[in-house]
Design a protein around this ligand. Structure first.
Ligand code: CA
Length: 756
């Protein structure tokens, strides 16, 4: 391997020579020596010369920490690659760190494991040994997530200068921490000129706290330094970890020609100046919390971007210009100065927010800024602009708005008929005459999903939906459900007999999405002799449909439940649906809950639909286990609809999201069409409420009745929560309790008994 030849011809000839000397070596003829284990790797890296290759043998590499220090040359880089791209699978507690220069890494897959350090692929081997002029390409990190949900790590940490990260697939990060971070913690990593391009940033689940950014460049400490990183032609596919898809925290960065597909959150210029955001496409497709571009700081340019079907409000609006903190500390919001938001096209998106976030601290409105020649066509919200403070520091000129819509700014807007058609590229576009007027150019995705990511790695959906698989008939009897669960695959349906009796004498573990149901008709009855019927383990999700859950066979002890999450950290979000079902007799002892959740678990959604629950000594949904006031919580979307709750001693729902963090969308709650009778009044119900919502960001309660029940309790926190309670009747039930009057009510009736 002491190759010193510069000519590729000689390298090829040498490879032939090496292969002929080593009969075991089955590597393709154009490759260098194959290494088969970490010892061989460690030995190979000590002698690397420019032009050398290290080729990892196909197979599974478990618990390996690759450290590659090497000095290649521009025309003779050092390569680390796979025998065949995609066939080297790195698992267990593993990572890769690189330092030196002119190194190319390719063809690797990180899967089924996590890094024991805080970085999976690091462009440094120590604080002062960094990688420069180095490329990582055609590589995959898929769900290489720390099992501890709140243990933070970074999948790719770029240090040094002039590095290129391209054609990689990063998907399914489950734990906290930025997916890809450009670090600027030493001088040698600033003004770095990194290029991040043609990557596939695949689905990132809602984290339910801060720290779910997909891309971050810099940190607040170095945010007034230049990074000069270019992010172009990447595809962000449902990267919905938190409010910030991208958090640009340094100066001089460019974001051009990227596509954001159904991603919750925004491209945020959180810190730093002189950012260019150009020709990016945001396709919200009317999915919840989808956002666009948010300007903070000075000399930012946002132009020629296309934004469609974005529904996000407040900080995750389609276009947002923030208020700042005058002379604030470096980690707060700098005022917007001399920034431009011009020639953008916004179609059927709901919110454009100006001077957003204005409050006592963020009291400096934008100055010296412009909003020119934007086309805004919307029928989804006819008042798309929200103006929170003085916007005289923004000049408005040449903007075009459809004539049903309005904006409370006098000059700078022209009204035209709504004219949106689908163009030949399948995009919803305004009339071409208008597009031509602002000089936007062709409206076409600047990069497709297929153009991005590792060539060998698929982009198909990995998460199976309920009832998307096979149906397994389950005859009534003891533990027949357990046997069926064991043999089921993700998305399968267990079909029970109408009127059948099912007994569980063991815990039923739910390890993947599964539905347990009966056809319409008489409900089968399920009983359990254990303290839980079902345990949703990491990766599991459960749907119950047309079944009757009865607590009569449960052990005579306090603290039983029907459904429990794993008691350990779950780095995969779960969901729970209970539909057309009945729950009775959870009363063999006290504190018999319907659902018990543990810390470090997170539900994307919990839905109780058209279901009747009667006689419960505990609570139905206690989602209050994250008590550290860090903005962490247990459920994103909770829906309780068309259901009846009778004689429930605990609360029906109790959500807790404490702290002042502003980086999440949820919890989001809908309570609609229900009846609550004698609920929440048990002596052990510490909340003293039938429904308690602390820190819920969006709450809709409607068309419901309370009879002889504990009241609703609201604790409104920061983030401008939206709370509406309407068309409800409270009979012999206390008044709504709240810490603030910043909520809305409509048609709330209290009917009181004459005697208490
Ligand atoms: Ca954040």
């Amino acid at each position: 391997m002491h190759t010193t030849f510069r000519s590729s011809l000689f390298i090829v000839l040498l490879s032939f020579a090496l292969i002929s000397c080593a009969p075991d070596n089955s590597a393709p003829v154009d490759s260098g020596p194959l290494v088969r284990n970490i010892e061989e790797f460690n030995s190979a890296v000590t002698t690397l010369q420019p032009g050398d290759k290290i080729i990892l043998a196909n197979g599974t590499w478990s618990d390996v920490e690759f450290e590659l220090k090497a000095e290649g040359l521009a025309d003779a880089p050092i390569e680390l690659t796979a025998e065949e791209p995609g066939k080297v699978i790195i698992t267990g507690e593993s990572n890769l760190s690189i330092s030196g220069s002119h190194i190319v890494v390719s063809g690797l897959v990180f899967r089924d494991g996590y890094t024991p350090t805080s970085e999976v692929i690091s462009f440094r081997t120590s604080n002062d040994e960094l990688a420069n002029n180095t490329r990582v390409t055609n590589t995959v990190i898929d769900d290489f997530s720390n099992p501890e949900r709140q243990d933070s790590d970074i999948w790719v940490a770029m240090y040094g200068k002039n590095n290129r990260f391209d054609h990689n697939s990063l998907l399914n990060k489950g734990n906290k921490g930025v997916t890809l971070a450009v670090r600027m913690n030493t001088e040698a990593s600033r003004e770095n000129g990194h290029v991040i391009e043609y990557n596939y940033f695949g689905p990132r689940q809602t984290l339910g706290s801060n720290g779910g950014e997909t891309l971050r460049i810099g940190t607040s400490h170095y945010s007034r330094e230049y990074s000069n990183t270019v992010v172009r032609k990447n595809y962000f596919d449902r990267t919905s970890g938190e409010l910030e898809i991208i958090s640009s925290k340094s100066c001089g960065n460019t974001f051009r020609d990227n596509v954001f597909f159904e991603s919750q959150g925004t491209l945020t210029m959180r810190h730093g100046h002189y950012t260019l955001v150009e020709n990016n496409y945001f396709l919200g497709n009317r999915k919840p919390n989808t956002g666009g571009i948010r300007i903070i700081n000075e000399n930012q340019t946002v132009r020629n971007n296309y934004l469609y079907g974005l529904t996000g409000h407040r900080f995750r609006g389609a276009l947002v210009i923030m208020n700042g903190v005058p002379n604030g500390p470096i980690n707060r919001y700098d005022p917007v100065i001399d920034s431009a938001m011009n020639k953008n096209i916004v179609v059927d998106s709901d919110h454009i927010q100006l001077a957003a976030g204005a409050d006592e601290e963020r009291s400096a409105p934008p100055t010296g800024s412009s909003m020119h020649d934007n086309i805004i066509m919307t029928r989804t919200n006819l008042e798309p602009f929200t103006i929170y403070d003085d916007v005289s520091g923004i000049s408005f000129e040449g903007n075009i708005l459809n004539d049903e819509a309005s904006v409370a700014i006098d000059a700078g807007f022209r009204y035209v008929p709504y004219s949106v058609v689908e163009n030949e590229h399948g995009l919803r576009v305004p009339a071409m005459s208008l597009v031509g007027e602002i000089g936007f150019g062709e409206i076409k995705l600047p990069v497709t999903k297929d153009d991005t990511g590792a060539t060998f790695y698929g982009k198909e959906e990995s998460k199976k939906a309920f009832q998307s698989g096979q149906t397994i008939a389950v005859t009534s009897g003891t533990n027949t459900i357990l046997e069926a669960l064991d043999s089921s695959s993700p998305g399968d349906t267990l079909l029970l007999d109408n009127g059948g009796e099912y007994l569980l004498t063991k815990y039923a573990s739910v390890n993947h999405p599964v539905t347990i149901k009966a056809e319409s008709g008489e409900q089968p009855i399920l009983r359990s002799e254990k303290s839980s019927f079902f345990i949703i383990e990491n990766g599991g999700a459960l749907e119950l449909e047309n079944v009757w859950i009865d607590g009569a066979a449960s052990p005579d002890q306090p603290g039983n439940n029907v459904i429990s999450t794993s008691r350990y950290s779950m780095n995969r979000n779960y969901s729970l649906v209970v539909r057309d079902s009945k729950v009775t007799n959870l009363d063999v002892n006290h504190t018999f809950d319907f659902l018990k959740v543990y810390r470090n678990t997170f539900a994307d959604s919990i839905d109780i639909l058209n279901t009747e629950m009667t006689n419960v000594t505990g609570s139905i949904l206690s989602l209050d286990k994250e008590t550290d006031d860090l903005g962490i919580y247990n459920v994103e979307n909770l829906g309780i609809r068309n259901s009846r709750f009778t004689d429930i001693q605990g609360s029906v729902a109790n959500i807790y999201r404490g702290g002042t963090d502003e980086s999440t969308f949820g919890p989001i709650v809908v309570v609609e069409g229900n009846q609550f009778t004698n609920t929440g009044l048990g002596a052990r119900n510490k909340s003293g409420a039938s429904l308690k919502f602390h820190g819920v960001q969006k709450l809709d309660v409607s068309n419901s009745n309370w009879i002889k029940s504990a009241p609703i309790e609201l604790y409104l926190t920061n983030g401008e929560p939206i709370t509406m309670i309407k068309d409800v009747v409270m009979t012999d039930t206390g008044n709504i309790r709240a810490n603030s009057d910043e909520y809305s009510t409509e048609n709330v009736t209290y009917e009181r008994a004459l005697t208490p």
